[in-house]
Design a protein around this ligand. Structure first.
Ligand SMILES: [Zn+2]
Length: 265
């Protein structure tokens, strides 16, 4: 069985000491390929460098997270454009809107999002989307730029059926994280996950964040790792009343098709 983690923040400082071991543990657990998430111009550059070191196992996204939108200026646009032309970069993002934290002014978030939609259109690469507490504006921007992007994923989807329907209508795929393993705030997701068409479902660890809360052997650290992706996959499979094998096969082949990834080495 092969799994594919579409969102791992492997350039995060918490992986500094043992990154190679983390990647090796993931592979041993059946996670054949991973997308390393970029969240700023500098972290996207680091993600590309890391992907080059693990050719055909790691790939990168390049983009500016809404948290970092305030530092993304017009001068950075060509820098991001150059990153997006690299073969290791398979998606534009994380990009989107986050009105929950509001770390960057909303006007700056909207500007950064619009620039990245334009860049996605130029590069012909799918979007890796982040949205929190900004559903209305997020949908409006995407609908206004419907012709600029070909495909994308609403990463770390945690909402309900209405938001799911709106995203599916835009042609987006849906990224499910270990949030679904949280008995306090993820219980509603079990029902919603069953509504995702098989060709739109993707899995992600979002490591080092969102450690699944229901791991049978409690890890010493709260740090999440891609090696727990098969556990998330098993929970998703149960919620969708399908076999774990089927879930692994569907999500892995869909991720390879969406991000145009070759077979792993
Ligand atoms: Zn995110």
């Amino acid at each position: 069985m092969q799994w594919l983690d579409i969102g791992a923040n492997l350039t995060h400082a918490s992986f500094e000491r043992d990154r190679a071991a983390v990647i090796e543990r993931a592979r041993s657990a059946g996670v054949a390929q991973m997308l390393v998430t970029g969240a700023s111009v500098s972290s996207s550059t680091a993600a590309v460098d890391l992907a080059r070191t693990y050719a055909r196992t790691l790939y990168a996204t390049a983009g500016v997270h809404p948290h970092n939108a305030a530092e993304f200026t017009a001068e950075d646009v060509p820098v991001l454009r150059a990153l997006l032309s690299q073969p290791e970069v398979v998606a534009v993002g994380e990009c989107g809107l986050d009105y929950y934290r509001d770390y960057s002014a909303r006007s700056a978030q909207l500007q950064a999002f619009e620039w990245q939609l334009q860049l996605a259109g130029e590069a012909g690469k799918p979007l890796f989307l982040h949205q929190r507490d900004a559903h209305e504006d997020f949908l409006a921007v995407l609908r206004n730029h419907r012709r600029a992007f070909t495909a994308g994923v609403a990463h770390c989807f945690t909402a309900g059926a209405a938001e799911l329907e709106a995203y599916l209508e835009l042609g987006l795929s849906i990224g499910i994280t270990g949030w679904i393993c949280d008995e306090r705030r993820g219980a509603h997701l079990a029902a919603v996950v069953g509504l995702i068409p098989p060709q739109r479902l993707l899995l992600e660890s979002d490591a080092p964040y969102l450690l699944p809360r229901d791991l049978s052997a409690k890890p010493k650290s709260r740090r999440n790792e891609p090696m727990y992706l098969p556990h998330i996959g098993a929970v998703v499979a149960r919620a969708r009343a399908q076999s774990v094998e089927e879930c692994a096969h569907l999500t892995t082949s869909h991720a390879r098709a969406l991000f145009q990834l070759p077979q792993p080495p």
